[in-house]
Every structure is written in structure tokens, then in C-alpha cells.
Ligand binder design. Structure first.
Ligand code: ACO
Length: 159
């Protein structure tokens, strides 16, 4: 799929009676326990092909002005096709509709692809949550051979 095809994708709000797509959300977070800390107080937006959910993101309101993308995930078979970029754009639109001033997202300091993607989508680094992955998860988490420790926080102004 080429860049110009980004408008092909649509998101919709997952309804209360629908199952939480843990299989997707576990691509972006380590455990169901960790996901359950934010998912019930969030809106979950999904992309589907037929009845299959192929991507999702989770919007958690921090306060009246700020909302955070706590989880963003694309099914492995559909990664690298521009859907992640589309989801970030979609989240900005939703944040604006909610009259938020800022959209936040955090990722591990070693997650270079994600950091690159978020900055290309207009997010800027503004904080580091030191030892986040050590404090909030029972077991050490490794990515590309590096133990996750700190979380980089990024923010995008919604205009
Ligand atoms: N390696 C390096 N860069 C890549 C790769 C790759 N394998 N795949 C895509 N990219 C780059 C592309 O260059 C692209 O940049 P471009 O727009 O300039 O071409 C950019 O990343 C965006 O690519 P998309 O195709 O839009 O991204 P994708 O649909 O794969 O979604 C995502 C990105 C959500 C990170 C997806 O890969 C995924 O689900 N990964 C596993 C879960 C995860 O890590 N989620 C984020 C955790 S942090 C959080 O949830 C808050």
C-alpha cells in the first residue's frame, strides 16, 4: 500500500459490549494486567477488515485538556503499510473533536522506530519517566536485547 492510500482506512469506537482486543493490545504492552490499568477508563478505536480487527489505539483522558494514547498496535501482517501513521493522525482528529489541547504518547527509550514514527507525526519529547518499566512490571522486559527502563514521553499540541 502506498502513502496515498492512507484515506482508505477508517476507525470506529469499540462499543461497551464488544470484547477488548487484547491480542492486538498485547503487541504494544506486556501484560493484560498492565492493559487493564487504563483500558476501562479509555476509548478504544479500531480498524477492521470485514469482522477482523487489524489495528487499535487506546485514548486515556488525563484531565480536561490532555489525552494520552496509552496503546497503539497494528496486526503484524498489516504493519509497515502506513496504518500506524494513519492512527496517529486519526487520534489527533479525535483529540480536537474532544476539545483537548494536547495529545500525549509514551514509549520505551530503546524503541527507535516508534520514537521516529511519533516525531514524524508531530510529537515532541517533553519528559522522561525514569525506571517506568522496572517499577510498573513484575518481570524485566527486553527489546532488541536491551532491558527496558525509562519511558520517553512525547506531546503534540492540538490546534
Ligand atoms: N522498521 C523501521 N521502520 C519502520 C518499520 C520497520 N519494520 N515499519 C515501519 N517503519 C517506519 C516507516 O518508515 C514509516 O515511516 P514513513 O511514514 O516515513 O514511511 C513509519 O515507521 C510508520 O510506518 P507505518 O506503516 O505507519 O507503521 P505501522 O502500521 O507498522 O504501525 C506500530 C506502527 C503501531 C508501531 C506497529 O508497528 C506496531 O503495532 N508495533 C508493535 C506494537 C508497538 O510497538 N506499539 C507501540 C508501543 S508504544 C504505545 O503503544 C504507546
Amino acid at each position: 500500500m502506498k502513502t496515498g492510500d492512507i484515506n482508505k482506512w477508517r476507525t470506529r469506537l469499540l462499543e461497551c459490549h464488544e470484547q477488548i482486543p487484547y491480542d492486538l493490545l498485547l503487541l504494544a504492552d506486556e501484560t493484560i494486567e498492565a492493559i487493564n490499568k487504563y483500558v476501562f477508563d479509555s476509548n478504544i478505536y479500531v480498524v477492521e477488515i470485514g469482522h477482523k480487527l487489524i489495528a487499535a489505539y487506546v485514548m486515556y483522558p488525563l484531565n480536561e485538556n490532555e489525552v494520552e494514547i496509552k496503546n497503539i498496535a497494528v496486526d503484524k501482517a498489516y504493519q509497515g503499510k502506513g496504518i500506524g501513521r494513519f492512527l496517529l493522525q486519526d487520534a489527533s482528529v479525535r483529540a480536537k473533536e474532544e476539545n483537548r489541547q494536547s495529545l500525549l504518547i509514551g514509549t520505551a527509550a530503546v524503541a527507535l522506530k516508534q520514537l521516529n514514527l511519533y516525531q514524524k507525526a508531530g510529537f515532541e519529547l517533553f519528559d522522561v519517566k525514569y525506571d517506568f518499566f522496572i517499577t510498573n512490571y513484575p518481570e524485566p522486559i527486553f527489546q532488541d536485547g536491551v532491558m527496558l527502563k525509562d519511558m520517553i514521553m512525547l506531546r503534540k499540541a492540538i490546534k
